[in-house]
Ligand binder design. Structure first.
Ligand code: PRX
Length: 656
């Protein structure tokens, strides 16, 4: 595999930042404790996790078997144990910190609310009683399509409390995407809102939900609707219920239903290289364990912290580091409903100042967007409470890392660049903020108990420093995905087949430097990473060809200053290729079409029309060629098998 590093990172790679001494002195995880964790993990991998599971989880029924490998690679952790994830995040804090703030919320219009652990517990109890009264039981699926308001977290925990399996669909996804996900889960209940605020506009959630339900979704019995914006919406008698009316008569007490350790806590859909999105299925106990541990190890959470992970609950980061991990660790979680730059570029920093945020965890795309607005905006805010910064979702370019360190962290906060995936459930590779020296652009070293490696095509460990290969995980870990919902064959094929079930294949390429530090190079499959979100090229291509005028489409990624990657689509029409104004109008139409089919995030930035696509004589689209053209790179591959060499000029946009 070739090394995909740019000159910039090669030059800056040499910089090393030791943990700031003031941080290191007070960090909770000390060098001797880390050494002990590493020693125990090396001596007895399964026993290591079993010990932590006993220590960190409140079990309803303790487990006696730590790992069931009988159906490997469908590993099952702590199998005969029983617990409630909701009780582990809420009930267990009531005595010691019932009045402590669990959630601080700021809405985009500026409204704020905060809920103590006791208040959150009561709201979750009311909703759990409501779900119960609607006949929902353990194992039933509930789809959640809400803005980022406390009710999103309340809904997730109410599901967990009764043992129902939630599947959160990001509010930016379209009605059609919502419908596909509801149908795949077979959900009985949809929890949604009239709308939410984003960029000063209302996101019309209920009307999108109505459209989704009108197109199919036969398993849905009710839609529970939270009133957020107050705008007029249609309510369908018999099916739709207002949240506030439904919970009004319910008791705040609901005894959490214990479930088996491997009972599914949630399904979360993510893009793959082929076919429809995959419903990644996570367990209860193993998932919770890694979320709680990483919240404590990586974010050094302590009682006085205000932890702000800026992700929406529609993504895995919003599950593990908003709804579950920090609450299991008893922290105060900050959530913000709206756009990072509304009404101006100072919004993020105003929130940090106003609510005394101490730990900020965000994505490189947001960092780059805010960096572009200049230093003066963050410098005019009091960010002195911030003590730790985090990054997730894509490789952070050294320039953005240095800006984050200098302008936001004021050179006194460590940065944790955390590598993980929807499938891994929790952070696997990351600096420990009081202990690990960091290098801009590297997620550094695997956490204790996590055995990652870089291997070549034959599955052999790549030992030579800086040589690239496949990033793999060599031993099962508790928060690993359980399967793909309804398609275990796809689970086996996607993550295990390549190396005969020996290693979990992450789908990323990476290299390791002479210090053993990991540097993620990008995806090895046809998955784009747009603004930190995974998009399958196939999904966008299918959406494009569903348009009556499109005959064929190929989608590739193009580097983008802020989003990391932008969507670049080559389109072949039924009929003549449009020119000039007609081409611009049709591009706009196709962009809106993709937005409707999949959601705004998937809209192509560029559409280039061609008479046909470059294919080999065997009919395969030459994607590497298309990528090179989109990136304005020289074409280095062998074109001798190209069926139609004349097409290249057109693809470059040079011929009209
Ligand atoms: O390519 C890696 C990239 O994001 C992918 C996972 O995407 P998703 O499941 O949507 O989860 C995102 C949030 C955990 C990975 O396969 N990625 C994630 N974190 C990093 C990263 N690439 C480089 N550095 C990271 N810190």
């Amino acid at each position: 595999m070739e090394k995909q590093q740019n000159i910039e990172s090669v030059l800056i790679e040499k910089r090393v930042f030791a943990p700031p001494s003031t941080f290191a002195q007070q960090a909770q995880l000390k060098a001797d404790a880390l050494a002990e964790l590493q020693r125990r993990a090396a001596a007895d991998h399964v026993g290591f996790w079993a010990g932590l599971a006993r220590q960190h989880i409140a079990w309803h029924k303790p487990f006696t078997r730590a790992l069931d490998e009988s159906k490997a690679p469908n590993y099952r952790w702590f199998v005969d144990g029983e617990l409630s994830v909701s009780a582990n995040c809420l009930d267990r804090h009531l005595v010691e910190r019932g009045n402590k703030t669990a959630i601080v919320f700021e809405g985009e219009p500026g409204d704020t609310r905060s809920l103590s652990y006791r208040a959150l517990h009561a709201e979750v109890g009311r909703l759990a009683n409501t779900l119960h009264s609607l006949g929902l039981q353990a194992g039933d699926r509930v789809v959640i399509y809400l803005p980022l308001v406390p009710e999103a977290i309340i809904a997730m925990h109410a599901c967990a409390r009764i043992g129902a399996v939630h599947s959160v669909v990001f509010g930016g996804f379209s009605a059609l995407s919502l419908k596909d996900r509801i149908e795949d889960t077979g959900a009985r209940l949809l929890i949604t809102a009239d709308g939410g605020w984003r960029g000063g506009q209302i996101v019309e959630l209920k009307s999108a939900a109505d459209k989704a339900l009108s197109l199919g979704c036969p398993t849905i019995e009710h839609a529970l609707v939270y009133r957020r914006t107050g705008q007029d919406i249609a309510m369908q008698a018999g099916r739709d219920l207002w949240w506030h009316e439904a919970v009004a008569t319910q008791s705040p007490d609901f005894t959490a239903v214990p479930v088996a350790a491997d009972h599914p806590l949630f399904l979360l859909y993510t893009s793959g290289s082929t076919g429809k999105p995959k419903g990644i299925q996570h367990s209860s106990a193993g998932y919770l364990l890694n979320c709680k541990l990483t919240s404590e190890w990586v974010f050094d959470l302590r009682p006085e912290d205000v932890f702000w992970c800026t992700a929406d609950v529609g993504w895995v980061t919003g599950h593990s580091y908003v709804a579950y991990g920090p609450l299991a660790a008893g922290a105060t979680v900050m959530i913000y409903e709206g756009a990072p730059t509304f009404p101006d570029g100072g919004r993020f920093w105003k929130i940090c100042e106003r609510h005394g945020v101490t730990i900020l965890y965000t994505a490189p795309t947001a960092i780059r967007a805010l960096m572009k607005l200049g230093d003066a905006i963050p410098q005019s805010h009091d960010l002195s409470k911030i003590r730790l910064l985090g990054s997730v979702g894509e490789p952070i370019n050294p320039e953005a890392w240095i800006w984050y360190h200098r302008v936001i962290g004021r050179e006194r906060c460590p940065i944790v660049d955390t590598w993980w995936q929807t499938e891994t459930g929790a952070i696997l590779i990351s600096p420990l903020p009081g202990l690990t020296a960091t290098k801009p652009g590297s997620c550094t070293l695997p956490l204790p108990g996590i055995e990652v490696d870089i291997v070549d095509d034959a599955g052999q460990s790549v030992t030579q420093p800086d040589a690239g290969g496949y990033l793999v995980v060599k031993r099962p870990w508790p928060s690993m995905l359980q399967t793909i919902w309804g398609d275990n064959d796809r689970y086996l094929r996607t993550y295990w087949q390549k190396f005969q079930n020996r290693y979990y294949v992450a789908g990323d390429s990476a290299h390791r430097d002479a210090d053993g530090y990991y540097w993620i190079m990008g995806r090895i499959d046809d998955v784009l990473n747009v603004a930190g979100h995974r998009l399958g090229t196939m999904e966008i291509e299918s959406a494009l060809v569903a348009h009556p005028r499109v005959a064929e489409a190929a989608v590739v990624g193009q580097p983008h200053e802020i989003k990391g990657e932008a969507v670049f689509a080559y389109v072949v029409l039924n009929g003549a290729r449009p020119v000039a104004a007609a081409s611009a109008a049709l591009s706009d139409e196709l962009r809106s079409w993709v937005g409707e089919q999949l959601g705004a995030i998937a809209k192509p930035d560029t559409i280039r029309f061609a008479d046909n696509l470059p294919k080999t004589r065997s009919g395969k689209i030459m994607r590497r060629l298309l990528r090179a053209v989109a990136r304005n790179e020289p074409i280095t591959q062998d074109l001798s098998t190209l069926e139609n060499p004349a097409i290249i000029e057109q693809l470059r946009g040079e011929a009209n």
